[in-house]
Design a protein around this ligand. Sequence first.
Ligand code: ADP
Length: 177
Amino acid sequence: MGLAIVPGSFDPVTWGHVDIIRRAARLFDRVIALVMVNDQKQALFTPEERLYMLRESVRGIQRVEADFYGGMTYDYIARHGVDAIVKGLRDGADFAYECQIAQFNRQHAPQADTLFLLADPQRQALSSSWVKRAYVAGEEIRDAVPPVVLAMLAKKLPINKTKESEDRGMEHGRKCN
Ligand code: ADP
C-alpha cells in the first residue's frame, strides 16, 4: 500500500516509537522513520545523533529505513511521493495535538492521509522526555529504550555515573558529603 512516513523528534527513540514503526511496516510496502526538527522543543541530541539511534533501532525491520529532514513535512511528502503519515497516539493530549498537525498537513499535502495507531498499552506511558528525566534521576530505563540509546545517554549525560557511584558509596557505608 505505498510509502508511509513516521515522523517525530525521536529525542531519543523509545520502544513506543519502534512499536508504531513496526506496525506501520505491516500496513505499507515501505516505511521511512523520519527525524524532524520541532522548533517548540529544545532537543538534547543533535539531528545526526537522533538519526543514528533511530537507524540502529529499526535495523532488521523489513521495509523500514530512517532519514532526517529539516524542512516541512509537506515538502518531504511532495519530494518523496509519500502516500501516508503514520502517528502513534497515547492519549487525548496526543490526539488534540496531532489533529491540528494532521489538518495542517492535509491542507498542504492532500495526497497523503494521516493514520493514527493506538499506542501499545504496555508502552503507552513512554515518552522521550520521561526517558531523559528518569535517566538523570538514576531510574531504570532499560525496558524503555533500545540499547543504542542507553549508550548514547551515557555519553551525553555522564551525570548518571556520578549518581550511581554515590549510591554505591552509600551502600558501602561511606559518608558522601
Ligand atoms: P513530537 O512529534 O511531539 O516531537 P515524538 O517525536 O516523541 O514527539 O513522537 C513522535 C510520534 O510518536 C507522535 O505521534 C507521538 O504521539 C508518538 N509517540 C511517542 N511516544 C509514543 C509511545 N510510547 N507509543 C506510541 N506512540 C508514541
